[in-house]
Design a protein around this ligand. Structure first.
Ligand SMILES: [Mg+2]
Ligand SMILES: [Zn+2]
Length: 192
């Protein structure tokens, strides 16, 4: 299969409004520009892959079934608008979890690269053209750790995280308003 560029997209604060530990689909609000952004990736043969830390599961704030309900809601909103996520990876773990199966110092919790490692095994990814989009510095570190270009958005925690970035040696490749701007950057960058 032909290898394709990929955009790894953070969920909370990037796809949906940041609302703490979201424990019900009614509190899960997808930003209005997301369908357009993902559809642009789809029509340009770029893989759209969601990567999300869901330590709320490990902390017992909501069961894993609730997370699946949120993802069903996300996918149905996207599908209604002609957009599709190619794959979704989540990390339900946290070392301090009281729930045995999630009490793990795992490899998949961002900024560790486990979710990208798995995607590389499962999807036809062109490793030279990998991007990470997120609202937190940990998303940027996740991207740097895996050799991706990084894009920071100003939705979610973005504006506050930007202040912390001042003390960082490394900088994201692009800082922008939201996921749609990030995708437009990717499309331009791939023409180079
Ligand atoms: Mg986020
Ligand atoms: Zn994990």
């Amino acid at each position: 299969m032909e290898k394709r560029p990929v955009v790894f997209i953070d969920r909370d604060g990037t796809i949906n409004k940041e609302a703490g530990y979201i424990n019900h689909p009614d509190n899960f609000e997808v930003y209005p520009f997301v369908s357009h952004a993902v559809r642009l990736l789809n029509v340009n043969d770029i893989l759209a892959v969601v990567v999300t830390n869901q330590a709320g599961i490990a902390r017992g704030y909501y069961p894993i079934g609730t997370m699946h309900l949120l993802h069903e809601k996300m996918e149905s909103i996207l599908n209604e608008n002609g957009a599709k996520i190619d794959a979704l990876y989540y990390c339900p773990h946290h070392p301090s979890s009281k729930i045995k199966e999630y009490a793990l110092d795992c490899n998949c919790r961002k900024p560790k690269t486990g979710m990208i490692d798995k995607a590389l095994q499962e999807l036809p990814i062109d490793e030279k053209n990998m991007y990470v989009v997120g609202d937190k510095l940990s998303d940027m570190e996740f991207g740097w750790n895996a050799g991706c270009k990084t894009i920071m958005v100003m939705t979610g925690y973005g504006k506050g995280e930007l202040v912390k970035l001042k003390n960082y040696e490394k900088k994201p490749d692009f800082i922008c308003e939201n996921l749609l701007d990030a995708v437009l950057f990717v499309l331009e960058d791939l023409k180079k």
